[in-house]
Design a protein around this ligand. Structure first.
Ligand code: BG6
Length: 524
């Protein structure tokens, strides 16, 4: 008889709570629970949440006994709901779609029809969850996922509280995951936080920022704190500037213009995803890896961002712009104000560039550049750390080239990896130099694709690990920074709305912003 080591044995069995997964050894294990998705007929549930749960099941990481209950207004049977989910899963699933595996997985998916304000719908939900718990053997863990517009938060949270679903039985838990947009400014975020925390306490509240679930974002801490060479030079003595760029080629497909026009690039991407990345790059080493240990350090960075709270400061440090018609991948695309559900006279920015500073001892004087835009030539998110130039006292004596700055690039997506640019001698008798690149790619080094962000985040919420979720103070501090800019833009016409052609790398004003400091945006 062939005896397998236990960990190998477990790896071969999908749908099983697997205590030997290497990646689970160091953290809490996800626990069986009922996942109730509010807004279950929406795009996020179909394209991201259910496919993430399916892929976790395929990889054997989903705890056995997880039930998924879709809560939404439309009338639907379980079968019709499952069919709709399967259609989308076929399109987007990372591990592909296998009918037999899907059927087994889908047995655990149910549909619950109710409007968000109907208390009877919640009473029925409670009965249903209790019945599921009894079937599962009494474990009453509940995860409520609010994949709905914030105007429905009050209704859903109040009703959950009214029927007591916010409270868990002894030894169990009841948690809430909240999707963005988490408010539209500081005041509304504070109010939402109040509403959420009236029902669930902060330790049971998981504010999702899917950028934190991306493998490469998580790697920032490992790179910085598990390699002895980086931390000593991770400061203003060695680093010249830092750039965080997020380019998207998409525009307002699928009717997205309606929401986007109320937000704009600053609120949609900077307030959350990009400030989160910035805080991971700039934070001090935490004293431990607990959720609060890490988040305590991140929030200090956001608090230390230099305020851009007057039109003069905003004019000197920010650029906002809108795309006009152009060509992307050989296709003609409309300008922003010609997009579906966008008013012709819209003054919403689809591009923003910011020069800011983290006013701490470590980062004093180091510019942090942030750039994000829709309808740029391609989709890519990168953080680049630009080191100060080596003194050029030697090679200049023999008329040699000026050495280029070293650059460490963290590719968040796609083609996840890290590269380091350094100068090397060109082969030959003369001393000529040229920059070369050391490159690490996740896909080649580890031979497998990275899990989707939602997979990791859903597992963490089932495990009670909130490290990769935004805490209340982080969200509110980030809004303060963004509100100042937003107000300054609207107080005067000192920061006019620039234009850029779709398919270009953004407006000329954004180049001027960094060139005024002797820098250039990276082309990638
Ligand atoms: C969302 C924004 O949060 O992130 C979208 O609302 C944006 O506008 C998206 O397109 C980008 O996410 P990703 O993972 O595709 O980079």
């Amino acid at each position: 008889m062939l005896l397998l080591p236990l960990d190998t044995f477990y790896k071969q069995i999908p749908f099983m709570n697997n205590p030997f997964r290497e990646d689970l050894v160091s953290r809490n294990k996800p626990e069986p629970c009922s996942v109730v998705i509010f807004g279950a007929t929406g795009d996020l549930a179909h394209r991201k949440l259910v496919p993430a749960l399916y892929n976790l099941a395929v990889d054997g990481e989903l705890p056995s006994g997880v039930k998924i209950i879709g809560f939404a207004r439309r009338e639907k049977s379980d079968e019709v709901f499952r069919e709709g989910l399967a259609e989308l899963n076929k399109e987007v699933s990372r591990n592909g779609h296998d009918d037999e595996t899907w059927d087994r997985f889908a047995e655990n998916i149910h549909y619950h029809q109710s409007t968000f304000d109907d208390i009877d719908g919640y009473k029925r939900l409670k009965e249903r969850l209790d019945a599921i718990d009894a079937e599962r053997g009494g474990k009453g863990n509940r995860l409520f996922y609010l994949s709905i517009a914030p105007e429905f938060f009050d209704d859903v949270l109040e009703k959950l509280k009214e029927v007591g679903l916010n409270e868990a039985a002894d030894g169990c838990w009841s948690r809430v995951i909240v999707e963005k947009p988490f408010g539209k400014d500081h005041a509304s975020a504070q109010r939402l936080n109040q509403v959420v925390n009236n029902t669930f306490d902060e330790s049971s509240t998981y504010r999702i920022d899917h950028y934190l679930g991306k493998e490469t974002a998580q790697n920032i801490m490992v790179l910085r704190f598990a390699n002895a060479i980086f931390e000593p030079i991770w400061n203003n003595r060695y680093i010249d500037h830092v750039e965080i760029s997020c380019a998207e080629h998409l525009g307002m497909e699928g009717g997205r213009g309606g929401y986007y026009d109320t937000a704009g690039a600053l609120r949609d991407m900077v307030q959350n995803h990009l400030l989160q990345l910035l805080s991971l790059v700039a934070m001090e080493p935490p004293t431990d890896l607990s959720a609060d240990g890490v988040r305590d350090e991140k929030v200090k960075v956001i608090r230390a961002l230099r305020k851009l709270d007057t039109p003069e400061k905003a004019a000197a440090h920010t650029v906002r712009a809108q795309y006009t018609a152009g060509v992307i991948n050989g296709n003609n695309v409309p300008g922003y104000t010609e997009e579906d559900r966008v008013p012709e006279d819209s003054q919403t920015e689809t591009y923003v560039a910011i020069k800011t500073f983290v006013d701490t001892w470590r980062w004093s004087g180091v510019p942090f550049y942030i750039r994000v835009g829709k309808r740029l030539p391609k989709k890519a998110t990168e953080i680049s750390i630009h080191f100060k130039q080596a003194p050029n006292v030697l090679f200049s004596q023999i008329g040699g080239d000026q050495p280029e700055e070293n650059v460490l690039v963290l590719r968040i997506q796609p083609d996840e990896g890290i590269s380091f640019r350094m100068n090397s001698k060109l082969p030959g008798a003369a001393i000529r130099m040229e920059p070369v690149k050391m490159d690490f790619q996740y896909s080649t080094s580890f031979g497998k694709s990275s899990p989707e962000a939602y997979e990791r985040l859903l597992l963490d919420s089932m495990a009670g690990d909130a490290t990769l979720f935004a805490r209340r103070d982080e969200v509110e501090e980030a809004w303060k920074f963004v509100d100042d800019i937003q107000k300054a833009w609207h107080q005067s016409d000192q920061v006019p709305m620039s234009k850029y052609e779709a398919g270009s790398w953004g407006p000329k004003e954004a180049d001027d912003l960094v060139q005024s400091e002797g820098h250039d945006w990276r082309r990638f």
